[in-house]
Design a protein. Structure first.
Length: 282
């Protein structure tokens, strides 16, 4: 078994270079163990049977290209939590070298598996954009927005440029168990993960948002299945408004009955707008 240690679970460049060398050396994907943590042993090297210069020349002489669509798929699928994603992508890369035409088979089981991983990653990035909630805090440089979020997949680095564009003039931090992302108004950088208790508690702005959320809730239009599909329960722990969902749902039937029992209300009379005659001046 060959062990390859990457610089973390989202090390696309490290995986790309290592997988390319493995393919060129004819190493079977099922014989490789990919390590993404600190204690993964020594990084595998193609220079085991010769010096680094000879290995480099050997790799260059056998270079091959892959479609841009494969690289795009690889970048997304790599962010999934699926533990065997590296083996899957290594296997696809091996086939691209030995049988390039097979890449066009959209029903290939491995390709469909990788595409499913990529779709779930893109979906998670979308949910990250929708469900991150910032709280303003004061530090030595003034106000900073801080949020706590627990994504299902390794998407925080990929999702953060969206917030840098949207809140370009503000300073913010998104904390998560694996990594924390920081924006100082100029530069986006990653830091170590954090614990939930380090995140700030809700502030007065959160209370105002909850008041608004409660006021716009329409019990007559409640579709619980659709709501939980768009806002899965695993996100609720990070959403202030989630504390209102169950009470509002429990009261929905009674509020609808009250609305029906109250009967129709008289329509409000609106005065028509009188326009001045054409050609007149005011």
């Amino acid at each position: 078994m060959i062990r390859v240690r990457l610089d973390g679970p989202v090390d696309f460049d490290g995986f790309r270079h290592a997988a390319r060398r493995l393919v060129l050396d004819g190493v079977a994907p099922e014989t490789v163990e990919w390590i993404t943590g600190e204690d993964g042993g020594d990084l595998w090297s193609t220079a085991e049977d010769g010096d680094a210069t000879d290995a480099s020349e050997r790799v260059a002489s056998a270079a091959f290209t892959v479609p841009a669509s494969f690289l795009s798929l690889c970048r997304s699928a790599l962010l999934h939590r699926e533990p065997r994603r590296f083996e899957l992508l290594h296997r696809l890369l091996s086939r691209l070298r030995t049988d390039p035409a097979r890449w066009h088979d959209r029903f290939d089981e491995d390709r469909r598996h990788a595409e499913r991983l990529a779709r779930e990653v893109r979906h998670e990035i979308h949910k990250t954009h929708a469900f991150v909630r910032f709280v303003p805090v004061e530090d030595t440089d003034g106000e900073r927005l801080v949020a706590w979020f627990e994504p299902e997949h390794h998407v925080l680095e990929a999702a953060s440029p969206f917030f840098a564009r949207r809140f370009a003039n503000l300073r913010w931090t998104i904390l998560s168990p694996r990594v924390s992302m920081h924006w100082d108004g100029v530069r986006l950088c990653a830091g170590p993960g954090a614990r939930r208790e380090t995140a700030p508690p809700p502030d007065a702005g959160a209370a105002l948002w909850l008041t608004y959320y409660r006021s716009i809730f329409n019990p007559a239009r409640l579709k619980l299945a659709m709501m939980t599909r768009e806002m899965p329960r695993r996100y609720w722990a990070n959403l202030p408004e989630a504390a209102l969902i169950e009470p509002l749902v429990a009261q929905a039937d009674g509020r609808v009955r009250d609305m029906l029992d109250a009967g129709p209300t008289a329509p409000r009379r609106i005065r028509p707008i009188v326009l001045p005659p054409r050609g007149s001046t005011t």
